[in-house]
Design a protein around this ligand. Structure first.
Ligand SMILES: Nc1nc2c(ncn2[C@@H]2O[C@H](COP(=O)(O)OP(=O)(O)OP(=O)(O)O)[C@@H](O)[C@H]2O)c(=O)[nH]1
Ligand SMILES: [Mg+2]
Length: 227
C-alpha cells in the first residue's frame, strides 16, 4: 500500500535535494570619534532612514543588510562601534577579530574628529588587521555646508597617504543615500573579488550570542559594483 495522505510536505521539489547555497557574511566595522555619525550612517545603509534621535553607542550595535551582487547574495554584517572610550574599552578586541573591512568616519564640521583619525588607524594597526583588509575614509555631515572645517583636498591627501578611498557624504540628507550605500557596496565588491573568503555564520562570536545586540535592522538590496 502506498504511503501518503494528509499533512507532510507540499508538492514540489524536495528542498533537501536542492543545491545548498551558503551566503557569505562580511563583517565591516565602523570606527571613529563619538558624535561623527557612525550610528546614523549604518542606520541609513541598513534601514534606509535617518534616525530621529540617537544616543551614544555602548559597546557595539549590530546591523545587517543582505545585498545581491552579480547573482551572489551576501550578508553585510555592520558593527556600529562606540566612539567614547568608556563605552568601548572592553570591546576593542572583539571589533577587530576576523574583521573583513574597516570604515573610518570623521565629521567634516569638526577638525578634531579628522586629526584624531591617526589614533584610530594606530588602534587598527595595533590589532594586526591584515593588509588585505580594505579600509575606507568617510567624511560625514556634508549637508552642513556652512560649517565645514575639513577641506576635501586635505581629506583626499590623507586618504591617499593611507591607501584609502574617500567618501564625503551625509547620513541625514536623503539625496546622499546612494553615496552612503556606495561606501559599503564598494567594500563588498572588493571583498567579493577576494574569492578565498569563507562563509561564516557567527562571525567573531563562535558558539555564542554577541553581546549587546540592541538593534538589528534587516533589509535587502540589489546592486551592482559602485567602484
Ligand atoms: N547634520 C547632520 N547631522 C548628523 C549626520 N549624521 C549624524 N548626525 C547627528 O550627529 C549626532 C551624532 O550621531 P551618531 O550617529 O549618534 O554618532 P556616533 O558616531 O554613532 O556617536 P557614538 O555612538 O557616541 O560613537 C546626532 O545628533 C545625529 O543626528 C549628518 O549626516 N548630518
Ligand atoms: Mg553611535
Amino acid at each position: 500500500m502506498a504511503a501518503g495522505g494528509g499533512g507532510g510536505r507540499p508538492p514540489g521539489p524536495d528542498p533537501a535535494l536542492e543545491p545548498y547555497v551558503q551566503t557569505r557574511i562580511f563583517k565591516i566595522i565602523v570606527i571613529g570619534d563619538s558624535n561623527v555619525g557612525k550610528t546614523c550612517l549604518t542606520f541609513r545603509f541598513c534601514g534606509g532612514t535617518f534616525p530621529g534621535k540617537t544616543e551614544a553607542t555602548i559597546g557595539v550595535d549590530f546591523r545587517e543588510k543582505t545585498v545581491e551582487i552579480e547573482g551572489e547574495r551576501i550578508k553585510v554584517q555592520v558593527w556600529d562601534t562606540a566612539g567614547q572610550e568608556r563605552f568601548r574599552k572592553s570591546m576593542v578586541e572583539h571589533y577587530y577579530r576576523n574583521v573583513h573591512a574597516v570604515v573610518f568616519v570623521y565629521d567634516v564640521t569638526k577638525m578634531s574628529s579628522f586629526t584624531n583619525l591617526k589614533t584610530w588607524i594606530e588602534e587598527c594597526n595595533g590589532h594586526a588587521v591584515p593588509p588585505l583588509v580594505p579600509r575606507v575614509l568617510v567624511g560625514n555631515k556634508c549637508d552642513l555646508k556652512d560649517l565645514i572645517q575639513v577641506p576635501s583636498s586635505m581629506a583626499l591627501k590623507f586618504a591617499d597617504a593611507h591607501n584609502m578611498l574617500l567618501f564625503e557624504t551625509s547620513a541625514k540628507d536623503p539625496q546622499e543615500s546612494q553615496n552612503v550605500d556606495a561606501i559599503f557596496m564598494c567594500l563588498v565588491c572588493r571583498l567579493k573579488a577576494q574569492r578565498s573568503l569563507p562563509c561564516r555564520d557567527t562571525e567573531g562570536w563562535p558558539g555564542q550570542s554577541p553581546p549587546h545586540p540592541r538593534r538589528l535592522d534587516e533589509a535587502s538590496g540589489k546592486g551592482s559594483c559602485p567602484c
